[in-house]
Design a protein around this ligand. Structure first.
Ligand SMILES: *[C@@H]1O[C@H](CO)[C@@H](O)[C@H](O)[C@H]1NC(C)=O
Ligand SMILES: *[C@@H]1O[C@H](CO)[C@@H](O)[C@H](O)[C@H]1NC(C)=O
Ligand SMILES: *[C@@H]1O[C@H](CO)[C@@H](O)[C@H](O)[C@H]1NC(C)=O
Ligand SMILES: *[C@@H]1O[C@H](CO)[C@@H](O)[C@H](O)[C@H]1NC(C)=O
Ligand SMILES: *[C@@H]1O[C@H](CO)[C@@H](O)[C@H](O)[C@H]1NC(C)=O
Ligand SMILES: *[C@@H]1O[C@H](CO)[C@@H](O)[C@H](O)[C@H]1NC(C)=O
Ligand SMILES: *[C@@H]1O[C@H](CO)[C@@H](O)[C@H](O)[C@H]1NC(C)=O
Ligand SMILES: *[C@@H]1O[C@H](CO)[C@@H](O)[C@H](O)[C@H]1NC(C)=O
Ligand SMILES: *[C@@H]1O[C@H](CO)[C@@H](O)[C@H](O)[C@H]1NC(C)=O
Ligand SMILES: *[C@@H]1O[C@H](CO)[C@@H](O)[C@H](O)[C@H]1NC(C)=O
Ligand SMILES: *[C@@H]1O[C@H](CO)[C@@H](O)[C@H](O)[C@H]1NC(C)=O
Length: 844
């Protein structure tokens, strides 16, 4: 194509685009904030629809902010919000929305179809200011009991008013550089509580976020909320940024002063303006999320705050601190050489319950402050204020993780003194990150703390080539408990056992064997090993998981106890439970029958057209097997034609996916994934009657990387049943599979301005000219009939928008067909599918 024709095409397209955008229904997507004299413009968020994951797994929402969805909802146009649920669509929000600006927040409100008698669905979309959120999508706010009202929140910088900011870097006279920008918040204000009724919203080197709960006039960097009168909450501008900078150093103190807030009358009844000063105090040990504190010396017109932070320390001070703490509260695992640091837990009080009536208060790697226990106490009995051990920062190492031993607590008899072990464990994913008392005895206290802070590397829990994994068997809160030979085994898979009060095995053990004494108390706890190694396949393709380095073996004290779990596939079983098998030579053997290790696993059907593997995080969209629009595939032999439409739902053949004449080949579906052979089998049963029994069928989706989408073929036509195979790349791992665990929060089709540039290299002259003709006719039609105009615009919009949809390729439509469809407004169903062809036609 020559440049000239390309330019002409571009010109015509852009021209039509501009002309039509004035005509088409699209509500105003702007809101005026008269407090700030600012107009929020959300138009760019409405360029295309987004899909939002609803709070229930099987629900999805299609959403477009201020224009109707391009694709119909439940067979009708004119919706902005469409909920898909169990194969059904509900229009829960109609175009146009009403826009509201209330309490500093922009909201879009849609009303939809009836929900309950006399009530319609309502959707509220709250636009939340976040200066850092540029390209985002809305999220559902989990539903309250009212099913008819749906709330979404959309974090975006477009919901932010104008902001002021200045540099957050200060260089002092000794050439020390301080950077406070880590304290600048772009999405939520820092809130300092002053008393029950008042709180101050502040930001650092940046204006506060103007939103619900912080609606001061002007451009404050400190905004006071006074709720003394709950019916009339008052907001007071307590100072704005000073230029060139509010950041100074005075009397050796780094500080920020915001000035020129509202007028204020101080005690001497002098009229001044409200001011705020924040003093930043160097504290190398302060945690990064530490907030400012109110200074009660503040006067009514001038509020003062102190903020302890690392950011206010000079480099010398930080270096000193690091070297002084180098050996403190850290430990290196001598085997892996990994360093474990727990300094982030220092300088905070923790409270742990030992029983309903007994609590301990403790600190990590340092003594308690202001405690009624003796000065050096690291852990204090909160009832009688006796020490359960003196603090130290001498973190120690055991195979299962780092631990502290606080010794020299209160006397506990026999000339002994109390000690406390605090052990840290990298537990299963989802363990409660909190200390747990496992044993509280007169002379010793044992606390285990399961925390991700000590997780350097968890084993994958999968065999070497990922043929199978045992992840579904991992327990995060309750162990598997089995009894055998008068003993109890507390078991987890691939992870340390979950913490269990009164059972103390070496921390980090995967299996703990214990005995109950005559009073029912656990005794003689013995570790059967640690979860250090991934499961392996043995010759018979069974899966074996080994645990080593358990407690010393009673018969051979120089040896450590080990254990192994052998997993057998049980197709008809569930996850199953472990069984004790035997013990010999310091080694315990357990067996486990489960469907988890079967190479074939059951799948499930998820409407509208997805299959999901029940045990692996995988799902496959079967509509990818079809070109769009979906038309049944027809397979024939000499006598019969079968039409196959997996995604047909109730519309195809009375619910059967496979149909021959009026014979339905089955409505009930059984899905199996075979990962060894990469075959997915879909078995349909309970079809229409065929000689006293129902028709049945089987469709095998066979992985073939070279087949593309492929086509089904008949492999067997037997009495009352038929079998088909379909070689396709969709069935190959990676071909159309989604990891279902990826949060599919929202998929945005982003329009790109670059697309206009990409019009070059189109196919042929004929295509170009045809399209030009079509566009010109379209323009002419449009001037005569505005409804057609709207449709035409949608198409043009699609042309000028996204080229990077992650969709399968659709085959090309020939040009006359193209022209017909483009002008035919009688069948809106084809609209969106057609848009893809438009894309295809013009782009490449
Ligand atoms: C605005 O604030 C009032 C009073 O606090 C409250 O009743 C109302 O629900 C708020 N509106 C919104 C949209 O948050
Ligand atoms: C609910 O929507 C229907 C049409 O969808 C409309 O006729 C009706 O007035 C609405 N009801 C309410 C309470 O808004
Ligand atoms: C760094 O700060 C400390 C106090 O935090 C101060 O004593 C020291 O003099 C400062 N060093 C330099 C080089 O400014
Ligand atoms: C500890 O016990 C107190 C009082 O019995 C209770 O209020 C608190 O919720 C308990 N804490 C935990 C973490 O269980
Ligand atoms: C902790 O210290 C106590 C008292 O010194 C000692 O008896 C105990 O063995 C130590 N425990 C560990 C695991 O280091
Ligand atoms: C616990 O272990 C000790 C020493 O190994 C042994 O003497 C005792 O019998 C064991 N108790 C039980 C209940 O097995
Ligand atoms: C047994 O376990 C201990 C503690 O983990 C370890 O120090 C020792 O080397 C192990 N012994 C053998 C023979 O593996
Ligand atoms: C225990 O298991 C081992 C290994 O499977 C086997 O060789 C041995 O015969 C078993 N012993 C008993 C008593 O079942
Ligand atoms: C199968 O369909 C084809 C094409 O629609 C048709 O020509 C043929 O007659 C059909 N065969 C039978 C047996 O119905
Ligand atoms: C659906 O069922 C009805 C009645 O059972 C039957 O008349 C019709 O032919 C069936 N449709 C198809 C496509 O099989
Ligand atoms: C088979 O389908 C019929 C209706 O098509 C239904 O009533 C029946 O429950 C189904 N049977 C089974 C076993 O699913």
């Amino acid at each position: 194509m020559t440049n000239r024709s390309r330019n002409l095409l571009l010109f015509v397209t852009v021209f039509i685009h501009l002309v039509l955008s004035k005509v088409v229904s699209s509500s105003d997507c702007t809101l005026f904030n008269d407090v700030l004299q600012y107009t929020y413009d959300f138009t760019t968020l409405s360029a295309s629809s987004v899909s939002v994951q609803a709070d229930q797994d099987k629900e999805k929402i299609r959403f477009r902010l201020c224009s109707p969805l391009k694709q119909m909802c439940n067979g009708h146009d004119g919706y902005c919000v469409c909920l898909s649920k169990d194969d059904k669509e509900i229009g829960i929000g109609k175009f146009p929305p009403s826009l509201k600006y209330e309490n500093g927040t922009s909201q879009f409100i849609y009303s939809g179809d009836p929900c309950q008698p006399g009530r319609n669905y309502t959707v509220h979309v709250i636009m939340k200011c976040d200066y850092a959120a540029v390209q985002t999508s809305p999220e559902i706010i989990p539903q309250g009991p009212d099913q008819c009202v749906i709330h979404m929140i959309w974090r975006t910088n477009l919901a932010c008013a104008r902001s002021n900011k200045h540099s957050c870097i200060y260089v002092d006279e000794f050439n020390n550089t301080y950077d406070l920008s880590s304290l600048t918040s772009l999405s939520d204000n820092h809130v300092v509580h002053i008393d029950d009724k008042t709180e101050m919203m502040i930001n650092v080197c940046h204006t506060t976020i103007h939103e619900h709960g912080a609606t001061c006039y002007g451009a404050p960097a400190a905004c006071l909320k006074n709720s003394t009168d709950p019916n009339n909450v008052d907001y007071i501008n307590y100072g704005e940024l000073m230029y060139p900078s509010s950041l100074t150093m005075k009397d050796g103190k780094l500080q920020i002063k915001y000035d020129n807030g509202y007028l204020c009358q101080d005690k001497r009844t002098v009229l001044t303006t409200h001011q705020t000063t924040i003093y930043f105090i160097c504290d190398p040990s302060a945690s990064p999320d530490r907030e400012a504190e109110y200074d009660p010396e503040s006067g009514p017109c001038h509020y003062k705050f102190t903020w302890k932070t690392r950011a206010a320390c000079n480099a010398t001070r930080l270096r000193e601190y690091r070297s002084a703490n180098a050996s403190k509260c850290t430990i290196v695992d001598p085997t892996t050489k990994w360093e474990y640091k727990l300094q982030s837990l220092m300088n905070q009080d923790f409270i742990v319950n030992a029983s309903s009536s007994k609590q301990y208060k403790f600190r990590i790697c340092g003594p308690l402050q202001n405690s009624r226990c003796a000065k050096e106490t690291g852990i204090c009995d909160a009832q009688n204020f006796t020490s359960a051990g003196n603090a130290n920062a001498n973190l120690m190492w055991q195979h299962g993780g780092p631990y502290l031993n606080y010794t020299d607590g209160a006397a506990c008899g026999n000339g002994q003194r109390r000690y406390t072990l605090i052990a840290f464990v990298c537990g299963a994913e989802g363990s409660s990150d909190a200390p747990v008392v496992l044993k509280d005895e007169p002379c010793s206290l044992i606390i285990h703390w399961y925390t991700d802070r000590v997780c350097k590397r968890r084993i994958l829990c999968a065999t070497a080539k990922n043929e199978t994994n045992l992840l579904p068997l991992i327990r995060s809160s309750k162990n598997y408990v089995i009894k055998a030979m008068g003993k109890e085994f507390h078991i987890n898979i691939c992870r340390p056992m979950a913490p269990t009060p009164n059972i103390v095995c070496p921390h980090g053990s995967a299996v703990c064997q214990t005995v109950r004494d005559s009073r029912g108390q656990y005794t003689n706890e013995t570790s059967l090993g640690f979860p250090d190694q991934n499961p392996v396949l043995d010759g018979d393709e069974n899966v074996i998981l080994n645990y080593y380095r358990g407690s010393p073996c009673p018969e051979h004290p120089e040896k450590n106890i080990s254990s192994s779990f052998k997993f057998f596939c049980d197709y008809n079983g569930d996850e199953g439970l472990p069984q004790y098998k035997n013990y010999s030579n310091c080694h315990y053997i357990f067996e486990w029958r489960t469907n988890i290790v079967c190479s074939t696993v059951m799948g499930e059907w998820v409407a509208p057209c997805t299959i999901k593997d029940a045990s692996h995080p995988r799902e496959l969209d079967l509509s990818l097997l079809y070109e769009k629009p979906i038309k049944p595939e027809v397979v024939s032999n000499k006598e019969k034609n079968w039409s196959i439409n997996i995604c047909g739902g109730k519309d195809h053949c009375n619910g059967s996916a496979i149909c021959q004449g009026t014979n339905g080949y089955g409505t009930d579906l059984n899905v199996r994934f075979n990962y060894r052979t990469n075959v997915i089998s879909l078995k349909y049963s309970n079809g229409t009657k065929c000689n006293n029994k129902p028709y049945e069928s089987e469709l095998l989706l066979i992985c073939s990387n070279t087949s593309g989408i492929g086509k089904p073929a008949l492999s067997l036509d037997a009495n009352c049943m038929a079998s088909f195979k379909w070689l396709t790349n969709i069935a190959c791992a990676g071909g159309g599979y989604n990891a279902a665990t990826t949060p599919v929060a929202a998929i945005t089709e982003t329009p790109s301005a670059d697309n206009l540039k990409n019009y070059g290299s189109a196919q042929t002259w004929i295509v170009t000219i045809s399209v030009l003709v079509v566009l010109v006719i379209g323009l002419w039609l449009c001037m005569r009939n505005s409804q057609r105009c709207g449709r035409l615009r949608s198409r043009i919009e699609a042309i000028t928008s996204s080229r990077n949809h992650s969709r399968v390729q659709y085959s090309r439509v020939n040009t006359t067909e193209e022209a017909r469809l483009l002008l035919d407004t009688s069948d809106p169903h084809t609209l969106d599918e057609q848009i893809d062809s438009d894309d295809e036609l013009l782009g490449v």
